[in-house]
Design a protein around this ligand. Structure first.
Ligand code: AHG
Ligand code: MN
Ligand code: MN
Length: 336
C-alpha cells in the first residue's frame, strides 16, 4: 500500500541537500513531531480526561492559564529536553529560559514555542494550535541565556505550526518553501498533503478583532473602513470578514485561500506594543507567510527584521496576501 511521503521521509530527504548536515536537526524535528502528536491526542480527548477549564495561575504576561496551556508546555519540554540537540528552550508559558537539566547533553539549537495558541478556544471545541521556531545557539553546547534567544526572525532555521482542527496538520518551513502534512491517526504519521503552499497576492477577506475598533490607529481604521465600504467604496469590491481568535487557524486559512490578518498596535494599553509575541508567534508565522509568498509587517517595519529586546516582547502583526499587506503598510506610511 502506498502511504505517500511521510514527514520523516520528507525531512531526511531535505537534509540530504544540506552539505555537512549531521542528522541532529532531523532528530530534533522528529522529537518535536512526537510532542505534537501527543498534544494532538491530549487536545482531542478534551473533557473525557478532565483537562478543560482554567487554573488559578497566570503566566508571565498576566494571562490566566488554562489547564491545557500547562499540560502542553510540559509535553513540549519533556519530549525535547533529553536528546542533546538543544542548548535551551523558551515558551509563552515560562517566565524565564528553560535550562536543559544537567543530566542531559547540550546541543546546538534553541527551541521557542507557544505550546497552545488560541487556548481561549479549547473549552468551546474550536481549533487551537502549537507554534514553534528553531534558532541556532550562538555558542553550541553551552547553556543558553535570554540574550542568546534575542535573534531577528531572519535567523530562524525552521518555523512551523500544528493545527488541531477538524484534522491535525503540521505546516513547516526550513527556508525554502512551505509544506503541509496531515496526521493519519491510524498510521501514526504525518503525510505530505499540501506541497509548496502559496498565498495568493490579492484577497477579499480580512481578519481583525473589531471589538477593539475604538482603540485602532488611523491607518488600520482607514483600511477596515474601506473594506467595509465594499463595491461602492474606494476598493471597488466587497470584502468578507473572519475572526477565529486562534492565530494558527487564521494563518492556516490565509495559507489556503489568502487573506489578511491583523492584530495591530492600538491605544488600549499603551504599555503594550501589540498583543502577539515576537519570538514565538509573530516570527515563526512571518517566516511561514513570507516563504509562501505573502508579507508580514508591524505596519511600520518588516517583522522578520526586528531586533528582539526581550523574550516575551509583543509586536503589532499585519500579515497575509502581499498586495493587501502592502496597502495597509502604505496607509501607515501616509500617516507617518
Ligand atoms: P494564546 O492563546 O497563545 O494566548 O494566543 C491567543 C492569541 C492569538 O492566537 C489570537 O489571534 C488572539 O490572541 C486572539 O485575541 P482576542 O481574544 O483579543 O481576539
Ligand atoms: Mn498564542
Ligand atoms: Mn498560548
Amino acid at each position: 500500500m502506498h502511504t505517500g511521503t511521510t514527514l520523516t521521509q520528507f525531512i531526511i530527504e531535505e537534509q540530504r541537500h544540506i552539505a555537512g548536515a549531521t542528522g541532529d536537526f532531523t532528530a530534533l524535528l522528529n522529537d518535536l513531531v512526537t510532542a505534537i502528536k501527543v498534544i494532538s491526542n491530549a487536545v482531542n480527548k478534551g473533557a473525557l480526561v478532565g483537562t478543560m477549564g482554567a487554573l488559578e495561575s497566570q503566566n508571565v504576561q498576566g494571562e490566566t492559564q488554562k489547564k491545557l496551556d500547562v499540560i502542553t508546555n510540559d509535553i513540549m519540554i519533556r519530549t525535547n529536553e533529553w536528546a542533546g540537540h538543544l542548548a535551551g528552550m523558551a515558551s509563552e508559558e515560562m517566565d524565564e529560559v528553560y535550562p536543559i537539566p544537567s543530566r542531559y547533553p547540550l546541543g546546538k539549537y534553541l527551541l521557542v514555542f507557544d505550546p497552545l495558541d488560541g487556548s481561549s478556544n479549547v473549552d468551546i471545541n474550536i481549533s487551537v494550535g502549537t507554534i514553534f521556531s528553531i534558532l541556532r545557539a550562538p555558542v553550541p553546547n553551552r547553556a543558553a541565556g535570554e540574550k542568546d534567544f534575542l535573534q531577528p526572525g531572519t535567523r530562524q532555521v525552521c518555523a512551523g505550526y500544528a493545527l488541531y482542527g477538524s484534522s491535525t496538520m503540521l505546516v513547516l518551513t526550513m527556508g525554502h518553501g512551505v509544506n503541509g502534512f496531515t496526521l493519519d491517526r491510524e498510521v501514526g504519521e504525518f503525510i505530505l498533503t499540501h506541497r509548496d503552499m502559496k498565498i495568493p497576492a490579492d484577497t477579499k477577506e480580512f481578519a481583525i478583532n473589531a471589538s477593539n475598533r475604538r482603540f485602532w490607529e488611523p491607518p488600520v481604521a482607514r483600511y477596515v473602513e474601506e473594506c467595509l465600504a465594499g463595491k461602492e467604496g474606494p476598493r471597488g469590491k466587497d470584502f468578507n470578514m473572519r475572526w477565529v481568535a486562534s492565530m494558527v487557524a487564521e494563518v492556516h486559512r490565509i495559507l489556503t485561500r489568502g487573506g489578511v490578518f491583523m492584530y495591530p498596535r492600538d491605544t488600549k494599553d499603551p504599555s503594550k506594543a501589540g498583543k502577539l509575541r515576537l519570538l514565538y508567534e509573530a516570527n515563526p508565522m512571518s517566516m511561514i507567510v513570507e516563504q509562501a509568498g505573502g508579507a508580514s509587517s508591524t505596519g511600520y517595519e518588516r517583522i522578520l527584521d526586528m531586533q528582539p529586546e526581550s523574550l516575551h516582547q509583543r509586536v503589532p502583526v499585519i500579515l497575509g496576501s502581499k498586495n493587501e499587506v502592502e496597502t495597509v503598510v502604505s496607509y501607515h506610511r501616509a500617516e507617518g
